[in-house]
Ligand binder design. Sequence first.
Ligand SMILES: NC(=O)c1ccc[n+]([C@@H]2O[C@H](COP(=O)([O-])OP(=O)(O)OC[C@H]3O[C@@H](n4cnc5c(N)ncnc54)[C@H](O)[C@@H]3O)[C@@H](O)[C@H]2O)c1
Length: 343
Amino acid sequence: MRVLVTGSSGQIGTNLALRLQADGHDVFGVDKRQNAWSDAFPTLLQDLAGHYPAFAGGIGGVEYPEVDVVVHLAAHAKVHQLVRQPHRALENAIMTFNVLEYCRQLALPLVFSSTREVYGDVHRFEEYAEEAADFAFTESPYSSKITSEAFIYSYARCYGLDYLVFRFSNVYGRYDNDLWRMERVLPLFMHQLSRSEPITIYGGDEKVLDFTFVDDCVDGIARGVYALHESRLANQTVNLAYGQGNTLVRAAELISTALGVEPQITIAPSLLGEVTHYVADISKARDLLGWEPQTPLADGIPQSVAWFREWRAAHPEENRPFVRAQGPDELEHGFKQPAGAGA
Ligand SMILES: NC(=O)c1ccc[n+]([C@@H]2O[C@H](COP(=O)([O-])OP(=O)(O)OC[C@H]3O[C@@H](n4cnc5c(N)ncnc54)[C@H](O)[C@@H]3O)[C@@H](O)[C@H]2O)c1
């Protein structure tokens, strides 16, 4: 099978591309930045958020190689950044539109990466089944991924698009450590705790999230890609998470234990736009994909810390104080920036 993966230089994209290759498939990546971790698959550098009038063999008139399935992962995927810079949420929708037009013109099936943010933060349920999403509860501009979902459902109705929408939740594990581009909470804690620095937990013990080990997430996506390609499954929206709630405090404690350090923790109120409680109902993924997540947080954190240590040992230059990017054009170029930049 030939699979086009947008956002192939990101955390999930890199893991997915390598998994699909290991399964014997060809991967063609499209991203606006180079992959910082792997050169094992070809990546076309392209901004997918352009306003492109028409495209024959690829988005923006660029000829892509022939593919059988498209996995659309490219997005601005950072909640707080989108609260500060909501135009990026609009770019997410434009990217999805471009990918949809490409799929429509070439009659390609599409796998899309949505998010638990589409449920909002309304504490309405113990677990969130797929039909609970409602645009009236959007919590932040990032929740507007529900816009992309709406585009996809309309393309299925009007143009016969075959799709699978997956909603992810707090994916963690290897290839998530480019903090200066993509500040994510668990790699940030690993970075800070490994340097014996204090950490701040926004939301404290009240913040309960469904952390998903990246191999579980990627296994679910891969199963979806194969089922869609073989016409065993289409036009479904499916939660992919571990299906269990853990506090962020517990996650930080597990990281500290794996690193062998005593954490200094400050608790602060949750940030604007944050989801503070989410536990996925994953029964649909089990039923439709025969998928079962394998890695609870207590196993996934030590594996993640082991990968983090290995990477850090090979890249000692990354062991420097973390400075949060600020300003209207926050930096997106990760650890490769010149020393001292990033403020
Ligand atoms: N990781 C999670 O916890 C999580 C949770 C819910 C949903 N998701 C969704 O899954 C997808 C993948 O997430 P990820 O964690 O790998 O994110 P990521 O940021 O690591 O990867 C996204 C990639 O998209 C690329 N991209 C952004 N704008 C682009 C543009 N205009 N043109 C081309 N490429 C562009 C980025 O360069 C990046 O490599 C995203 O759509 C995200 O919203 C992720």
